[in-house]
Design a protein around this ligand. Sequence first.
Ligand code: AP5
Length: 222
Amino acid sequence: MALNVVMLGPPGAGKGTQAERFARTHGVPKISTGDILRDSVNTGTELGRLARKTMDAGELVGDDVMIGIVGERLERPDTRAGFVLDGFPRTVPQATALDTIMKGRGPLVVVDIVVPEDVLLRRLAARRICGTCGVNALIEWTAACGICGGALVTRTDDGVEIVRGRLKVYHHSTRPIVEFYSGRPTFRVIDGNQPPDVVTSSMDRAICEASSAHGSTKEVRL
Ligand code: AP5
């Protein structure tokens, strides 16, 4: 059975960091809607042109657009053995659409990463990303990206006032989907206010336990 995972959590919770690790370890694609949109902005596509202002303001791109993007991505054959979604769903209509997309595709394990708000604000104020490949900078990279050598920059939506707005949007539009999923047997909550490696281990254990409770036969390596 496929290993289908959704990472939930507020801005800065560590969804992207953990999705990347999970994808690498378990050999499934990481599908990050934020990365897809940022790539579109950087390459100047029509989607990027439309999404740029909304993202820079910390608002959400329209549900129809996002559902279309994810629906198409999940049709690709590399997702048949599973995937990890980072940043989608973000609204109840997106979560409802994902249920429709997932019909007949095995269980969806939903992990909610919880981190106190003061920690989120500190993390996002300190974050640097690579201006070329977009990856989050590691603490030991002082000037340049350790992967491609690109210059390190601040993300355009990480200004303190925009982050406060993103958190408001999260509480208003995204937090309700925690309730949408919380009664399901494959829903798990993870303490994200721990060192990244500890979060990774907790997450692997939780996903392993949730998918085996549901009868998934795919091995989850811990
Ligand atoms: P998106 O890119 O998804 O942003 P986000 O949800 O606000 O999340 P972040 O990327 O800021 O944080 P994260 O939880 O991934 O944390 P990360 O691992 O990076 O979306 C951006 C925008 O795109 C949205 O505002 C919206 O406009 C649009 N959009 C995207 N999807 C959409 C959708 N479905 N519908 C509508 N609009 C959509 O970590 C953050 C920092 O913390 C990093 O510096 C990292 O190194 C550090 N860190 C991570 N884990 C730890 C840890 N355990 N301890 C210490 N530091 C840590």
